[in-house]
Design a binder for this molecule. Structure first.
Ligand SMILES: [Ca+2]
Length: 301
């Protein structure tokens, strides 16, 4: 009896103990509507018209940070916000086919010498310092410059870099080894309905992927004459992080609050472009012009 009781306690602790809860600082990921994530399964198409980008977003997938207490901090249309973890994927986004990819932590996160509690606490402190900063609608910075302008994945990368952990090696990928490239022919109102071919890239080993797009003059981070975007799936596949088990006690979807999409539409039916600090996003401006000109119609939802 004396031997059986401690064993039963041990089994109980292993099956229901705190080891299952999602760790504070975990990086969370989900795919976009239709379960698409740019760079995964060869999916590397970008929408041609600004309207497609508005209402369909860039199909980039999404990333956010779990900060404990069933809360997350992520960069979305309204800027960097702290919300309940169930809003990582809202019910509406679930219904549209967004799927949870899972959560990851640094490979050495369990090493108390490398990650003392103070260093882990700094992840939350630094993430909270970004709350209220703007979303980067033109993707000109993406990782911020200390003053804001984040995309979802750029925010996660920035916070970890600030605590001295480089999840994704800095760098720019345009072609060749270390990624993949695909040609895409664009044909929409922006190209006057003529074919415009560009090469899209997906970086596997460094942050930024080269894109060629009819609107590239207006969007993307400039590097040596080209435009670049940091896609969430690039960060997701880095070997600097390992997957952690799903935590049934931490809901990551089903919320009714503000949506959790990255590279998201800047306007939506009934929505606003709040949080951009008065800057007219180029997509919004272009859309309003097209709408005003009567050249587009909204598809019923
Ligand atoms: Ca980095």
């Amino acid at each position: 009896m004396k031997k059986i009781f401690p064993l039963a306690v041990l089994v109980f602790l292993l099956s229901a103990g705190p080891a299952l809860s999602l760790e504070t600082g975990a990086m969370m990921y989900h795919s976009s509507k239709g379960d698409i994530a740019y760079g995964r399964n060869g999916e590397m198409s970008l929408p041609c018209s600004p309207l497609d980008a508005f209402f369909g977003e860039l199909k980039s997938g999404h990333a956010g940070l779990y900060i404990g207490g069933q809360k997350i901090i992520h960069a979305v249309r309204d800027g960097v916000v702290e919300v309940a973890s169930e809003n990582f994927i809202t019910q509406e986004d679930l219904d549209d086919g967004c799927k949870y990819l899972g959560a990851k932590i640094p490979v050495d996160f369990g090493n108390a010498a490398a990650w003392p509690q103070e260093r882990k606490d700094q992840i939350v402190v630094i993430a909270r310092e970004q709350v209220g900063k703007a979303y980067d609608f033109t993707f000109h910075l993406q990782k911020g410059n200390g003053s804001g302008d984040f995309t979802c994945v750029g925010l996660v990368e920035y916070v970890y870099e600030q605590v001295g952990y480089d999840v994704t090696p800095d760098g720019y990928y345009s072609t060749g080894a270390g990624g993949t490239t695909r040609d895409q022919t664009y044909n929409c109102i922006i190209t006057a309905f003529t074919d415009w071919t560009g090469t899209n890239s997906f970086a596997q080993a460094v942050e930024f992927s080269r894109i060629q797009h009819p609107l590239e003059a207006l969007v993307g981070r400039e590097h040596e004459g080209g435009k670049y975007i940091f896609f969430p799936y690039t960060q997701y596949i880095q070997t600097t992080t390992v997957a952690v088990p799903d935590d049934p006690d931490t809901p990551v979807s089903g919320g009714s609050g503000s949506g959790g999409l990255c590279f998201v539409s800047t306007v939506a039916p009934g929505g606003t472009a709040a949080g951009n600090n008065g800057k007219m996003p180029w997509l919004l401006g272009a859309a309003l012009l097209l709408i005003a000109a009567g050249t587009v119609r909204f598809r019923p939802r």
